[in-house]
Design a protein around this ligand. Structure first.
Ligand code: CDP
Ligand code: MG
Length: 741
């Protein structure tokens, strides 16, 4: 009998129930049934009671039984309707009409470029067609579909699992860094980030387990996609049976065709309704405020239904806008219809992502606050209005200074056109651009700049070296990076010890490739296990690195008071790295408890992810033999006192270029030939707090993990370097040459 009432059952559970029911009917006699998994009903029966779900069992209360039966039937009905409507939706997508011609084109050509409007079904349908067509050879081969963004990979995988009526992680799965939801020998369709497929070349250089590779969203031109295309071009002649599909929004298609020796382009005509474009008359200084005003203007003057999509640049901006909107909506109260605010950005915890796809209840309006992830990778139904300030956050690397920054820059014309198109999927729409018409025609670039031309290439160069590609000049690429960018990468890898003076990859370099993180972190972990002056701190360093991967969402910030959540843990901690370590260790000591997180204003879900990342890094260290080396070393470490200097040294070894020196006018970066750049400690940093409270004197050197440019150049995640000689000790060939300062 029902013991407790919980959420509605999943399809898997319903299916299990049906199976069970028929099994019971068939056998006619069962002792006890404990339905597997996280079931909401638990059946426990007397030893020799006969179970019969048809209702004439004397041990079960008839009213309970029939209520239960009815509920089950209702649910099955609903489920039936749902499945039917999913199949109807599938058939209504633009690609559906081209299923047969697409499949024959794929059969005929090894490489096919598929172009179509966003929302036409490329990402969700193409892989399914390939599965249906038998390309997976009864499950012995796989189909991979790459995505530039993690969120797209996970959300599309879950949608497709739904459409195929399977459980996510079994036949259909996803694989993104630090999170692999696939089952070996079972998964036939895998959505993955382009970076993950790139890594697979290390273990399977000809990608033998795949029958088809779909490089999706190729127009995004991420670094990983570009390098993948190069590597694929190399292996295609040896893998005649491998099918390569490159799918892209309308921009750029010809370039891909050229690259693959005139591969055919298959156009999927999309349906698109007209979108009215509105510009501001004057340039807007504060686009965030302007966007919020526009949201309320739309909300109060336009009829529902019709949801709003706003393009912002990142998590902080989105969260700020969300809070602002909620406050205003609260003040307006019942004077306006309810607004449902749904954020979406890369770091948004998965469980909160589905909100953007939920149908908007009648009489309400949904406002989706998105990064440019909603430009082409995700299709959100029901959008009628787009608000576009026309900015995007981009990584930008300046080879001459060796510095990487996240910069907010104007979008390209192609991007803002894509964004506008999002308003015209369900019917005629409107797009409000928070910039002038003049700026559209005179200031915006035509196309976005491919990432390979604006990013630090160290990691990719190292990966290519490990795959035996050393001739970087001749390696096939859609756009060649500049020579200075390449030499900077080589120089950096040499500095880290990943390449030797002859330019070949070292054992350390190969190790760094194995880690699922930037080579610099790999070096830090290697140092922590092996370097004479600081070994034995691998445990600590791995925890810090895991935390550094999630810094944006560890501490719950109160708006007015940046440090409130940290201060209870911070105590006498004067660096962010040690604060992260303390936080992790104290949580661990409390048995990874949820309530500890709550008490200390730490995000529990983020910490669970950190723990998962930490476990993976640790396993990797173990596999590479670093754990064993570290164990030997830590025996000789007396007690755990004074670990900090060792930790600092490890980070110096991995990030020698991220060091700033205190001068007369504040901190100044060192990793540059001429001058350097003035930088300040970010106000959210523990270092900033302790300086402000005069708890410590500013140290002469400081190591930072990230530079962000907002009102000025800020250093994030900082650790003061107590002694100058550590620099020389850890990276002599770099700092000796730089001296004397
Ligand atoms: O890749 P493309 O932009 O061509 O389209 P898609 O991502 O395959 O989306 C096809 C359809 O699936 C869209 O109409 C979406 O509404 C729907 N979809 C969805 O409802 N939920 C998702 N998580 C993904 C797609
Ligand atoms: Mg797509």
């Amino acid at each position: 009998k029902p013991t407790q009432q919980l959420e509605p059952k999943t399809r898997q559970q319903l299916w299990e129930e049906q199976q069970l029911e028929s099994a019971v009917k068939a056998s006619g006699d069962v002792d006890a049934i404990h339905v597997a998994g996280s079931r909401q009903y638990e059946f426990v029966f007397d030893d020799d009671a006969l179970i019969d779900f048809t209702g004439d069992d004397e041990n079960t209360l008839p009213e309970v039984e029939s209520a239960y039966d009815q509920k089950l039937l209702d649910e099955l009905d609903r489920e039936q309707t749902r499945l039917q409507s999913i199949q109807d939706t599938r058939r209504s997508l633009p690609v559906y009409r081209f299923r047969e011609p697409l499949l024959s084109a794929i059969k005929e050509h090894q490489v096919l470029i598929v172009v179509g409007e966003t929302g036409s079904g490329k990402t969700t349908q193409l892989p399914q067609y390939l599965v249906e067509e038998g390309y997976t050879k009864s499950g012995t081969l796989q189909i991979a579909c790459t995505q530039p963004r993690r969120v797209a990979a996970t959300s599309v995988a879950s949608r497709v699992a739904d459409e195929m009526n399977v459980v996510l992680g079994k036949e259909v799965g996803y694989s993104i860094r630090f999170d692999d939801k696939t089952t070996p020998d079972k998964t036939i369709l895998k959505y993955m980030t382009d970076g993950m497929l790139l890594r697979e070349f290390m273990t399977d250089p000809e990608l033998k387990k795949y029958a088809c590779i779909i490089i999706d969203e190729a127009h995004e031109r991420t670094l990983a996609t570009d390098v993948l295309l190069g590597l694929l071009k190399d292996i295609l002649p040896h893998r005649k049976d491998l099918k390569l599909l490159i799918s892209s929004a309308t921009m750029n298609a010809a370039k891909f065709a050229d690259f693959f020796y005139d591969a055919p382009i298959f156009n999927v005509p999309g349906r698109r309704f007209p979108v009215d474009i509105h510009y501001t008359l004057q340039p807007e200084a504060n686009y965030l405020n302007a966007s919020i005003t526009t949201i309320f203007q739309i909300h109060t003057t336009q009829q529902v239904p019709g949801d709003i999509l706003v393009f912002l640049t990142g998590q902080e901006e989105i969260e700020a806008a969300k809070q602002n909107l909620e406050e205003i909506a609260h003040v307006l109260g019942s004077k306006v219809r309810p607004l449902i605010i749904a954020p979406i950005y890369a770091n948004l915890p998965q469980e909160q992502q589905s909100k953007i796809f939920e149908p908007t209840p009648e009489g309400c309006r949904k406002v989706v606050l998105a990064t440019n992830i909603a430009e082409t990778s995700l299709t959100i139904n029901g959008i009628k209005f787009v608000i576009d300030p026309g900015f995007v956050k981009e990584n930008s690397f300046v080879p001459s200074t060796g510095m990487s920054q996240l910069l907010t820059v104007p979008c390209s014309r192609a991007s803002v056109d894509q964004r506008a198109g999002r308003a015209g999927r369900v019917g005629p729409g409107k797009c409000f651009r928070i910039f002038t018409k003049w700026s559209y025609f005179h200031e915006l670039e035509l196309l976005p700049k491919p990432e390979i031309l604006r990013t630090n290439l160290s990691q990719v160069v190292l990966l290519l070296f490990s795959l035996g590609v050393t001739d970087l000049i001749d390696f096939p690429l859609l756009d060649k990076p500049s020579i200075p960018a390449l030499s900077k990468a080589l120089e950096n890898l040499y500095l880290l010890g990943a390449l030797n003076s002859k330019g070949s990859i070292t054992r350390l370099g190969r190790m760094m490739c194995e880690f699922p993180c930037e080579p610099d972190f790999g070096k830090v972990m290697h140092t922590a296990a092996t370097h004479d002056s600081c070994k034995g701190v691998l445990e600590e360093v791995v925890s810090i690195i895991a935390m550094l991967h999630e810094t944006s969402s560890i501490f719950i910030q109160e708006r007015a008071n940046h440090d409130s959540s940290k201060s209870s843990i911070a105590g006498k901690v004067f660096s962010d790295h040690v604060l992260y370590l303390e936080t992790y260790n104290r949580w661990k000591d409390m048995n990874y408890s949820r309530s500890w997180c709550f008490d200390h204003k730490v995000q529990y879900k983020t910490m669970i992810r950190v723990r998962n990342i930490r476990d993976q890094l640790w396993r990797c260290c173990d596999k590479l033999g670093l754990v064993a080396l570290n164990d030997q070393a830590s025996h000789t470490l007396n007690g755990s006192s004074n670990l900090e200097p060792r930790i600092i040294k490890c980070f110096i070894s991995g990030f020698p270029k991220n060091i700033a020196k205190l001068g007369t006018s504040g901190y100044h970066t060192m990793g540059v030939q001429q001058g350097g750049v003035n930088v300040s400690v970010h106000p959210t940093s523990t270092v900033f707090q302790s300086l402000r409270k005069d708890m410590v004197k500013p140290s002469k050197f400081i190591l930072y993990q990230k530079l962000v440019l907002t009102s000025k150049e800020f250093m994030r995640d900082c650790i003061p370097i107590a002694r100058e000689e550590w620099l020389n000790e850890m990276v002599p060939h770099y700092f000796k040459a730089k001296d004397p300062q």
